[in-house]
Design a protein around this ligand. Structure first.
Ligand code: ADP
Ligand code: MG
Length: 305
C-alpha cells in the first residue's frame, strides 16, 4: 500500500499503536504533547519538523522567520496542553550551499522567541541534507497537574470555541511571515488556569481536523456551523475549514461557562463559538447557512495526500 492511500493520519494510527508501559507515562501518542508524571507537576514533550518545499520555499521565507515558526509551532502544542515551555532541542539538516549567515539568522529567529518565552536551547543535532533544509525542534514543558487540558474531555452538549480567524496561512501557501502566525500561550494559560474548558487542541492542521481530533479523543460527534466560522481576511470558507497552520486554539466548554469565557478570554483575543459537540453516533458534520447537514469535504491538511 502506498502512503498516499492512507495519508499522514492513517499512517500514524498504523505505526503508533504503542501502549505506554512505564508508570510515569500518563499520555503517550495521540495528543498535542506527551505527558509524563514528574514530582509536583507534569512534564510535557512535543516535536515538530519543517521541511523546505513542503512547509516553505526559501525564496519566500527568511531564515529568521523559519526559526521563529519552527519554535512557535512547538510552543503552540505545549500551550494546547495548558502548560508552558522550558527546554528545547534543535536539529537542523542543511545542504552545503547554505551560508553561515543564514544559519545565524535562523538561530536569531529561534532565540528571539526563546528569550521571550524563557526557553533554554539545551542541545540538538546538525547534519548535512542532500537537498532541502530541514528543521526539527523538540520542546519540553511543564504543566501544573490541575491545569492539564487534553483532547479527550469533551462531552456532547459542550460548545466548540476557537480563537482568532482561520484560512490566512492557506491563502499564502509556502510563505512563512511573522505576521502569518500567532502564539496563544497566554490565552491557553488563562483557559487552563481558570479550568474553563473540557478539552483543547491547537489548530496546526486546520479547524476541521482539530474538531475531528477532539471528537476522536473524546468519542463524540460535532456540528460545525459554516456561518459561525471566523474567516481570515482574503481567505475562503474552504481555506478556513481545511487550510491549517493557524496555531489557534480550538476548545470545548460547558454551556454554563460561555459568558465567563467570553468575558475573560475576550479581553485578550477574538473568540468565536463555531459549533457544538453531539453524541458520537451522529458523526462530525457541517451545517450550511440553509441548515443543511453535510459531511466535511476533507480532513484538513494531511501529508502524503
Ligand atoms: P500535532 O499536529 O499536534 O503536532 P500530529 O498530528 O503531528 O500532532 O501527531 C499526532 C500524534 O501522533 C502526536 O501524539 C504525535 O506525537 C504522534 N506521532 C506523530 N508521528 C509519530 C511517529 N512517527 N511515531 C510516533 N508517534 C507519532
Ligand atoms: Mg497540535
Amino acid at each position: 500500500m502506498k502512503l498516499s492511500q492512507i495519508g499522514e493520519f492513517g499512517l500514524i494510527d498504523l505505526i503508533a499503536k504503542h501502549e505506554p508501559k512505564l508508570p510515569s507515562t500518563l499520555i503517550g501518542i495521540g495528543d498535542d504533547a506527551a505527558v509524563l508524571k514528574a514530582k509536583n507537576k507534569y512534564q510535557l514533550i512535543t516535536t515538530d519538523t519543517f521541511i523546505e518545499n513542503v512547509h516553505f520555499k526559501l525564496k519566500r521565507t527568511s531564515f529568521f522567520d523559519l526559526g521563529r515558526k519552527a519554535l512557535a509551532a512547538n510552543i503552540s502544542d505545549i500551550a494546547a496542553m495548558g502548560g508552558y515551555p522550558t527546554h528545547a532541542l534543535v536539529t537542523i539538516g542543511l545542504p552545503k550551499k547554505i551560508t553561515v549567515k543564514q544559519v545565524q539568522q535562523l538561530y536569531r529567529g529561534i532565540n528571539s522567541l526563546a528569550r521571550r518565552y524563557q526557553i533554554d536551547i539545551v542541545g540538538g543535532d546538525t547534519i548535512a541534507s542532500p537537498r532541502e533544509v530541514v528543521i526539527s525542534i523538540t520542546l519540553l514543558g511543564e504543566v501544573e497537574k490541575r491545569h492539564l487540558l487534553t483532547r479527550s474531555g469533551a462531552k456532547p452538549g459542550n460548545l466548540i470555541l476557537a480563537t482568532g480567524a482561520f484560512g490566512g496561512p492557506a491563502s499564502h501557501k509556502f510563505v512563512i511571515r511573522n505576521s502569518s502566525f500567532v502564539i496563544r500561550l497566554r490565552e491557553a494559560g488563562l483557559i487552563a488556569k481558570k479550568r474553563l474548558a473540557t478539552s483543547m487542541i491547537d489548530s496546526s492542521d486546520g479547524l476541521m481536523r482539530s474538531v475531528l481530533e477532539l471528537c476522536k479523543a473524546s468519542r463524540t460527534g460535532a456540528r460545525i456551523y459554516e456561518d459561525l466560522v471566523p474567516i481570515a481576511r482574503g481567505a475562503s470558507l474552504a481555506q478556513a475549514l481545511y487550510g491549517g497552520e493557524e496555531y489557534e486554539l480550538v476548545f470545548t466548554v460547558n454551556k454554563k461557562n460561555l459568558s465567563k469565557i467570553m468575558d475573560r478570554l475576550g479581553k485578550l483575543v477574538k473568540v468565536s463559538v463555531v459549533g457544538e459537540m453531539v453524541p458520537h453516533k451522529f458523526g462530525v458534520k457541517l451545517v450550511d447557512s440553509y441548515g443543511r447537514i453535510k459531511p466535511p469535504k476533507s480532513g484538513g491538511y494531511e501529508h502524503f495526500i
